[in-house]
Design a protein around this ligand. Structure first.
Ligand code: ARG
Length: 466
């Protein structure tokens, strides 16, 4: 301790878990290889495009370019077959690959990093990864939407109670309710498509931050890597993580939709509601209560939203105080995105499975749809239409009818004509045509309304839009 050697190997206050003092701590906080190895394929693809461009512009020789390409192909197969040894000493995926390239092909490896920096390299790799993830998400949302369209079609005239405040409001169809989710996930998919377009610019060639004096061709690398065009400002290029923030924002909104759906599934599958039965594949039993079937998958989807929203807030917070251009803080971008992407994929897949498999209990939905005076609005509308009452008065008369039915413990449709006429003399027997839930839903033919005829139109519109 006295001469400081002990302190170097293991600091008394904080060195307990570190084998060899401060440099080990630096390595631990600095290294990103533990997670950015996920970017290996993008890194190799980016390097190949960069090397090809350097050769075509005469910045490196064709022989060096071939050696680099062969070496990178070897590394790709080493990583994919699990033979590659990642080293934390080499910090990140970029340096791990470059060091291995040097071992494989010698000095030519050193020419690959001409006219680029890890700053534009990481921006490129990560953008490629996020773009692919968005494309995958687009496909998964399309599958979820397709599952909902099928259920909506089967249930275009399945009557259920519609709720506001989770209190019975007006009868709707289950098909219509399914189509509400199609709209939500359709918007998510549109956001995904927009984000892909928005981020479709190649960062490579921005170099450290100022661009480069080598005669590079950024349009060539952009095209080779499947981007629409190169980014336009080298400072912004290496400072920008909007594409990651956009991914996380989209993921958070989508997860919020999934969570609302999960909540409805949890409620609907209780014995008290009994609107649906989940398949065994997406529920679990209780170790102590044999009667139970728990909607665990739905609950976990609901919970994943917390993680995904957390990732968005974490990265927004990392980025919010950063001066231009690159700062190492930005290395913290990847884990948030990787974790959110994994959670979102799982959540969408689980939800698609649940929607495909669930059993709709039409009898239970129908029974619930008729209770809770769900056709009270229809009675009020009838009074406006047929008895000429102003809506406010019709609302009051209907309130009296509901109060009477409540007192008698029956539905509105069970009141006799005499009882209704005592409340308002203008009521005739025609009123009974609108008091049934079927008549109620069939009457709501306004554009986007719950009538089966409308719901079928909505389904057809979406079918044409996959
Ligand atoms: N591992 C780094 C990251 O993820 C790569 C970029 C490093 N750049 C630098 N100037 N140190 O952000």
């Amino acid at each position: 301790m006295a001469d400081g050697t002990d302190q170097k190997s293991s600091n008394q206050m904080w060195g307990g878990r570190f084998a060899s003092g401060p440099s080990a701590i630096m390595e631990e906080i600095n290294a990103s290889i533990g997670f950015d190895k996920k970017l290996y394929a993008q890194d190799i693809r980016g390097s190949m495009a960069h090397a090809a461009m350097l050769a075509s512009k005469g910045i490196i020789s064709p022989e060096d370019k071939d050696k680099i390409t062969d070496g990178l192909n070897t590394i790709l197969s080493e990583i994919e077959s699990g033979r590659f040894e990642f080293s934390r000493k080499l910090e990140d995926i970029h340096m791990n690959i470059e060091a291995r390239l040097a071992t494989l092909i010698g000095p030519a490896a050193g020419r690959l990093h001409t006219a680029r920096s890890r700053n534009d390299q990481v921006a490129l790799d990560f953008r490629l990864w996020v773009k692919e993830e968005l494309q995958k998400t687009e496909g998964m949302l399309t599958a979820l939407i397709a599952a909902f369209l099928d259920r909506a079609e089967e249930n275009a005239d399945t009557v259920m109670p519609g709720f506001t405040h989770l209190q019975t409001a007006q009868p709707v169809t289950f098909g219509h309710h399914c189509m509400a989710y199609v709209e939500m996930f359709g918007r998510d998919r549109a956001r995904v498509r927009h984000a892909i377009e928005h981020m479709d610019e190649s960062p490579i060639g921005a170099a450290a931050l100022a661009g480069t004096g080598y005669p590079i061709d950024r349009h060539m690398t952009a095209t080779a890597l499947g981007f629409r065009e190169p980014t336009r400002n080298s400072i912004d290029t290496v400072s920008d993580r909007d594409f990651a923030l956009e991914f996380l924002s989209i993921a958070s909104i989508c997860a919020t939709h999934l969570s609302r759906l999960a909540e409805e599934i949890v409620i609907w599958s209780t014995p008290q509601f009994g609107f649906i039965r989940l398949s065994d594949a997406f529920s679990t039993g209780s170790s102590i209560m044999p009667q139970k079937k728990n909607p665990d998958a739905a609950e976990l989807v609901r919970a994943k939203t917390g993680r995904i929203n957390g990732s968005l807030i974490a990265l927004l917070t990392v980025m919010k105080g950063l001066p231009l251009a690159y700062s190492k803080d930005m290395q913290e971008d990847k884990e948030q995105v990787f974790d959110a992407a994994e959670s979102l994929e799982l959540a969408i897949a689980a939800m698609t499975g649940m929607i495909r498999d669930l059993e709709v209990r039409k009898d239970r939905m129908r029974a619930a749809a008729g209770s809770g005076y769900s056709t009270a609005t229809d009675l009020a509308d009838w009074l406006v239409r047929e008895a000429g009452l102003p809506f406010r008065d019709a609302h009051h008369v209907t309130g009296n009818a509901v109060a009477l039915a409540e007192k008698k413990g029956c539905d509105l449709a069970d009141l006799s004509l005499e009882e209704l006429q005592a409340i308002h003399p203008g009521i005739t027997k025609g009123v009974f045509d609108v008091l049934s839930v079927e008549a109620s839903v069939a009457s709501r033919v306004s554009f986007g309304g719950t009538a089966p005829s409308e719901v079928k139109k909505q389904i057809a519109w979406w079918r044409g839009r996959n």
